[in-house]
Design a protein around this ligand. Structure first.
Ligand SMILES: *Cc1c(COP(=O)(O)O)cnc(C)c1O
Length: 366
């Protein structure tokens, strides 16, 4: 019997990796996105496992996330999607590849390369094709080509990429195709002078819905962890994360008795409740309370009732034959993070990346 623990099932990660590989052309590289602690799992464990599988690249959001991988001995190329100027020296010292997303960032990075006399440094240039979040504009192509040419002693153009705004949304297919066409134009402008550049645009849903746009590399995150933004895909993936806990205490509420803070639940009939040792400080937000979400106890659904507390949730076990100390599954193969997230109007990404560092991680290698 163990208390609250987040199991990281590497065999499921390998399954999801090979599921994705089978969908890629033989020449398409796979960049595994391991930002935010590997989507809430354990970035080092995930990266080490995928490096053994022959993954081509890793992607992180910030420089310190890349440094953590380097310190753990990962030697695979690492793209930093959203680097900041104050971290450029650390980025260079750890051989991380920056995404250059604006003229300000490009100029600052060039200055750092010159200051440290670092030549021929691999960089990826990001284009904004409609997400309007980060990136150069398509009209900047000419000046960028010029800039790459002028600074060819310092910059090695390793990649050119963009990011889709609604790859998972079939009602936005027209918009996505417009983004992909814009990217085709950008890529063809770069190919002439930079034929060996890695062009990449697809995330998980892009790989699944727009396989013709694989180019030289794809960047997959959520699918590696077992979720595909589509029930038919989810059926073929295996969740890497299993979140288990135990029943700390059972209470029987008589009709009229209240439960938890602000008496948010009041029993309308005799109700058996179980108190569990995890709460909003662990990443199970208040939104999951008051009947929105549920956990599994002995393969039966136990709704989360009352307000979620910082360190505890209470669930309704009136109809479940259970005892103090029994196991509870919060997330797992039969308790999908997608389903729990949807019960609160959010998505699997938010739920799993929000599982706090307070929860013990347990790496399951087999
Ligand atoms: C997070 C991220 C991804 C991964 O997206 P998934 O939907 O998890 O596959 C890919 N590219 C960029 C730029 C990202 O920020």
């Amino acid at each position: 019997m163990s208390d609250t623990v987040l199991e990281i099932h590497l065999s499921n990660l390998r399954h999801n990796y090979s599921f994705l590989r089978k969908r890629l052309s033989t020449n398409t590289k796979l960049l595994a996105v391991v930002k935010a602690f590997g989507y809430g799992s354990d970035a080092v464990a995930v990266a080490t496992c995928l490096a053994e599988q022959g993954v081509d690249y890793f992607g992180v959001a910030y420089v310190h996330e890349g440094i953590a991988l380097r310190k753990a001995g990962i030697t695979t190329p690492i793209l930093v999607l959203h680097p900041q100027v104050p971290n450029f020296e650390a980025l260079i010292n750890h051989q991380l590849e920056p995404s250059l997303y604006s003229q300000r960032i490009l100029d600052a990075f060039l200055n750092k390369l010159k200051e440290t006399q670092t030549k021929n440094y691999p960089v990826h240039v990001k284009f904004n094709t409609g997400l309007n979040r980060l990136g150069f504009q398509p009209k900047d192509v000419v000046s960028l080509l010029d800039s790459m040419n002028t600074n060819s002693a310092w910059l090695h153009l390793q990649g050119v990429y963009s990011h889709l705004a609604a790859s998972d949304d079939s009602s936005e297919a027209t918009f996505t195709k417009m983004q992909l066409r814009t990217f085709v134009d950008i890529a063809s402008s770069f190919k002439v002078a930079h034929p060996n550049t890695i062009f990449h645009v697809l995330n998980t849903s892009g790989v699944l819905r727009y396989p013709d746009a694989q180019y030289d590399m794809v960047r997959t995150g959520i699918s590696l962890y077992g979720y595909g933004n589509d029930p038919s895909v989810d059926a073929q993936l295996k969740p890497v994360l299993t979140l288990k806990t135990i029943i700390s205490q059972i209470h029987v509420l008589e009709k009229g008795a209240s439960l938890g803070y602000n008496r948010a639940f009041v029993a309308t009939t005799k109700t058996k409740t179980a108190t569990l040792p995890l709460g909003h400080a662990d990443g199970i937000g208040r939104i999951y309370g008051n009947g929105n979400g549920y956990v599994m106890i002995h393969d039966q659904k136990a709704p989360i009732i009352g307000n979620v507390c910082m360190d505890m949730i209470m669930v309704d076990v009136t109809h479940i034959d259970c005892q103090e100390g029994d196991q509870v599954i919060v997330l797992g193969p039969d308790a999908s993070a997608e389903t729990l997230a949807n019960s609160a109007g959010t998505i699997s990404y938010e739920l799993i990346t929000g599982l706090s560092q307070r929860i013990k991680r347990k790496i399951m290698s087999l």
